[in-house]
Design a protein. Structure first.
Lengths: 763, 166
């Protein structure tokens, strides 16, 4: 067990993979010198502002833009009447419908808050002022406000997502002990601190877009296809991203609007999506309902799980939030049934938000397991260990690595779980009811190919170059460590260049797949670069090593020398000087040998076509965690505070524990928000998102967060990734909300089955 | 409303002249007119704290402050707290050491709040730090490390003051 203690001072080993190197790009961020998308200075910049719909469904009859066009500083007003000449782009998997026009400012309104008009002016202030003068006349149509609207109905069953084995209904009916309950989660939002937006500039047919991006290559493809230009003519620049959490993975309609405006005006355009507009410009996590029935023996041996889930989607796309994602893999169960529905409502299509699917899914199953433990009068920890899954019952495959048992036992020891009195309302401190709860989480290992370039320069610098991005996960840092270790140079020599679609392509920073993928590519490239350096030293006529008779050479701490220690030893810089080279440049990728054509490579970096799920190999690969929570509930007021947490994780090998701890804690804190604060509210009259700002949509503040101890129990998993890590970014949030809900039940005896757990539900 | 006014603003010890509309906020004056983009816009409505600057040494939300309001006052931004030779402020060093940020977008505001929080004498305990740092949202969830950084920096600055007094 490794308890991750913060350390005051670093050591030389910090520069190696697994070291606690401080954030590589950190100094730029703490001095204000990290430049984000809307901060690039451009000459002759115009400013665009969006006007969004105020009805939930219907048709734009007319737009009166005369007053706006006449307002001071206004350059252009774009309305649904303007034919922008765009075509629909490919989906995430690279599939594209032919000859489908794309209207980013649509005539048909599908949800309240859909962008309808854009006003572009010399200054942002002028654009905002003029936008207030726009008058839109609508023909309203009936709308469905949310999935609780009586008009919403039951939605559509997605057959492809049904999972069945054994005979769950029969086994459930035959079980001695049964529980059944419905669990609900509301709409939740990413609320990255950097609002969305972009700056777009055309130079002839070449387009540059400065936009926060979790996937520069994928977004470049979308812009190229929308505007009918070559992929090579689009450049997405995104070296710093002010948080994404799933929201910045793809180009969005407002991006097309800004780029079209820049084209029409022949000058660069900046479009800043306002904080309220962020709530409807892209989808957050869908609201969900799920019913779970569990059957067990009197001894607590699980016999059956029956799961029926539903989530909101839009009227124009089926996007399931997979409430059955964690249900089948957490426990040993011989009889299982899960069905998934989507319920179309008049809202923007939901999207992926940290731990998509797994997160609400774990809220359901981990709450239900706690309910079963209570019914059995059993310690919920004991119940979980008793039903520990020895393999993946869904795929039938063995786990690659699964140290959830260690997470449970070592987490419980660190928390002091053994001191728990299992009866609800049995622990208190004056007016505070104390509750201890437990919840497990999981997230799949998703793999994808990536590429990278390494340049060893005569100046002595080593550049690691990739189109991969860093939105705070630590990509800069772990790539510097990976390259320094594999190449044999000091971390101080390394520069990392990221976040540009003109650089070698990589996996998306999503699905917790980037770190494992891009470290593999950089490791491969760095090894190849080292071999090339050694080859150069042994073979170049001007190399001092040529006549040493050595078969190979070692590169260590930036010096190349003969392994025996006899003979010359010099810096890489001196070697390049000696052989008359300015630089040595090596590019490698992790695509299979039979997929190395230009088309293969382009498709690999711009689509999800080569992404591999957790059971596509011989084993089932996942990250795991167990969260132990203490809450204090005010007996009179029903206010809940998380007072203490211990979370134990199996994420395989950690490339940089300092970065990983931050990721885990960040996920956990978002989970605390989900459990106690976060809830998108919809006005049933007009389907408007009412609390579309961070004063009303509450995210955790500093004072909401207690000390959180994080523990690593993982071992390297070389099936999961080249360097042995499993995903860390998303698993942290998964299981937090049920752990808190279970703690609240333990404190109060009240089971809250719809998030967030607010005081009125406990009164 | 195209009328502009001339302002001479004292920012980080230097005078910056600019001609802007009277409605331009301090935040937009910094970011759009003076190329001081270290101060961040997270909500533009006074809810998130990302735009925190100091005016006459006190923290203010620059998105809710008009540029015209700060003429004749001393404005300090994230670009102005390191030493002239680039030596990082104690609080900046502590943020790096404790990994008190991830994406970095709320970070300048957090650091400006932290500097003021310590100066105000509100870094006496972890609970007090949490309370007085709660006007600055961090969606990456770096709060625990932020508290550790402020605690550490307060101790360093306190020790420095004692040494100076002695």
């Amino acid at each position: 067990m490794t308890i991750l203690e913060p350390r005051k001072h670093g050591s030389a080993a910090d520069g190696m993979v697994g070291g606690r190197l401080s954030r590589f790009e950190g100094e730029l961020k703490i001095t204000g010198n990290a430049t984000y998308a809307l901060e690039y200075p451009l000459e002759n910049l115009a400013h665009a502002v969006l006007v969004q719909s105020t009805i939930a469904a219907g048709r734009v009859v007319s737009v009166d833009a005369a007053a706006a066009r006449a307002a001071a500083g206004v350059l252009l007003v774009l309305t649904p009447e303007d034919e922008l000449g765009l075509m629909t782009a490919s989906d995430w998997f690279g599939n594209r419908s032919e000859n489908q026009p794309f209207h980013p400012l649509p005539k048909v309104v599908r949800y309240n808050g859909e962008s309808i008009v854009a006003v572009i002016a010399e200054s942002r202030e002028q654009a905002i002022e003029a936008a207030k003068l726009i008058r839109i006349t609508y023909e309203e149509a009936p709308a469905v406000a949310d999935m609780d609207d009586p008009k919403a109905g039951e939605g559509k069953l997605l057959d492809a997502m049904t999972v069945e084995w054994g005979d769950a209904e029969k086994a459930l009916a035959a079980s001695a002990v049964r529980i059944e309950a419905e669990y609900r989660t509301p709409r939740e939002y990413h609320v990255a601190m950097e609002p969305h937006g972009l700056t777009a500039q055309w130079d002839g047919d070449q387009l540059t877009v400065w936009e926060p991006s979790q996937w520069t290559h994928g977004m470049a493809r979308t812009y190229a296809e929308w505007f009918g230009i070559a992929l090579d003519d689009v450049r997405i620049v995104s070296p710093f991203i002010g948080g994404g959490f799933g929201s910045k993975g793809g180009a969005l309609a407002y991006g097309a609007v800004a780029v079209a405006a820049a084209k029409k005006l022949g000058r660069p355009v900046r479009l800043a999506v306002s904080r309220p507009q962020n709530f409807t410009s892209y989808g957050g996590r869908a609201a969900t309902h799920q019913t779970i029935a569990l059957g067990a023996t009197q001894e607590g041996v699980l016999q059956a799980i029956v799961h029926r889930g539903a989530s909101e989607t839009s009227t124009y796309m089926d996007y399931p939030e997979q409430t059955g994602a964690a249900t089948p893999i957490l426990y040993k169960v011989e009889n299982f049934s899960s069905q998934t529905r989507v319920v179309p409502v008049n809202a923007v299509t939901p999207g992926a938000l940290r731990g998509p699917g797994k997160n609400p899914s774990a809220y359901g199953i981990e709450s239900a397991i706690d309910e079963l433990a209570h019914k059995l009068s059993m310690d919920p920890l004991e119940l979980r260990l008793k039903n520990y899954a020895d393999h993946d019952y869904q795929s039938g495959k063995p786990w690659s690595t699964r140290r959830l048992r260690e997470a449970l036992t070592e987490g419980s020891a660190a928390f002091g779980w053994a001191g728990r009195r299992h009866e609800p309302r049995s622990m208190r401190d004056g007016k505070a009811l104390i509750g201890w709860g437990l919840g497990c989480g999981t997230f799949p290992v998703i793999r994808a190919p990536s590429s990278a370039m390494i340049r060893v320069l005569r100046s002595g610098r080593v550049e690691v170059v990739s189109g991969a991005i860093d939105m705070g996960q630590g990509t800069y840092t772990i790539l510097a460590q990976t390259a320094a270790e594999a190449l044999g140079v000091s971390i101080d020599q390394v520069d990392v260049v990221l976040g540009d679609s003109r650089l070698p392509g990589s996996a998306i920073a999503g699905g917790s797949m980037l770190a494992g993928s891009i470290t593999g590519a950089v490791h491969k490239t760095a090894n190849a670069a080292r071999e090339e350096i050694v080859g150069l030293a042994l073979n170049d006529p001007n190399s001092p090593f040529r006549d040493t008779g050595a078969n190979t050479l070692v590169v260590s701490e930036g010096r190349i020398s003969v392994a025996s220690g006899d003979g010359p030893s010099m810096t890489l810089s001196d070697l390049l000087s000696a052989v008359g080279r300015d630089a040595l440049e090596v590019t490698r990728n992790t695509l299979p040998d039979d997929a190395q054509s230009a088309t293969d490579r382009s498709n690999a970096w711009t689509s999800m076509g080569r992404v591999q799920g957790p059971t596509m190999g011989d084993t089932s690969m996942h990250s795991w965690c167990a969260h132990f929570v203490e809450v204090r509930v005010d007996e009179d007021f029903g206010t809940v505070r998380v007072s203490r947490m211990v979370s134990a994780f199996d994420c395989g090998r950690l490339y940089n524990p300092k970065m990983v701890e931050s990721q885990w804690r960040g996920g956990i804190i978002m989970g605390i928000g989900q459990a106690l604060l976060e809830e998108g509210l919809v006005d049933p009259r007009n389907a408007r998102t009412i609390n579309n700002n961070v004063g009303d949509y509450l995210v955790p503040t500093n004072s909401d967060i207690p000390d959180i101890e994080v523990i690593s129990v993982g071992v390297p998993d070389y099936e999961a990734s080249a360097l042995g890590g499993k995903g860390v970014g998303e698993v942290g949030i998964v299981g937090v909300a049920p752990a808190i809900a279970n703690a609240v039940f333990h404190a109060t005896g009240k089971r809250v089955r719809d998030l967030p757990i607010t005081l009125e539900k406990l009164m | 409303m195209a009328r502009t006014i001339h302002l001479d603003l004292d920012i980080n010890g230097k005078t910056h002249g600019l001609d802007v509309e009277p409605r331009v906020t301090l935040l937009d004056a910094l970011r759009e007119h003076l190329a001081l983009t270290g101060t961040k816009k997270g909500c533009d409505q006074g809810q998130c704290g990302a735009c925190t600057c100091h005016v006459d040494g006190e923290r203010v939300l620059s998105c809710l402050t008009l540029a015209a309001q700060v003429e004749g006052r001393q404005v300090t931004t994230i670009e102005g707290i390191a030493g002239d030779d680039g030596t990082l402020h104690v609080v900046q060093r502590a943020f790096l050491e404790h990994d008190a940020f991830q994406c970095g977008y709320c970070t300048p505001g957090q650091i400006m709040s932290a500097v003021a929080c310590i100066r105000e004498g509100h870094a006496g305990s972890d609970a007090e730090i949490r309370e007085y740092m709660s006007g600055n949202l961090c969606r990456c969830g770096a709060y625990i490390s932020i508290v550790a950084a402020v605690r550490d920096a307060a101790a360093t600055l306190g020790a420095g003051q004692k040494a100076e007094a002695a």
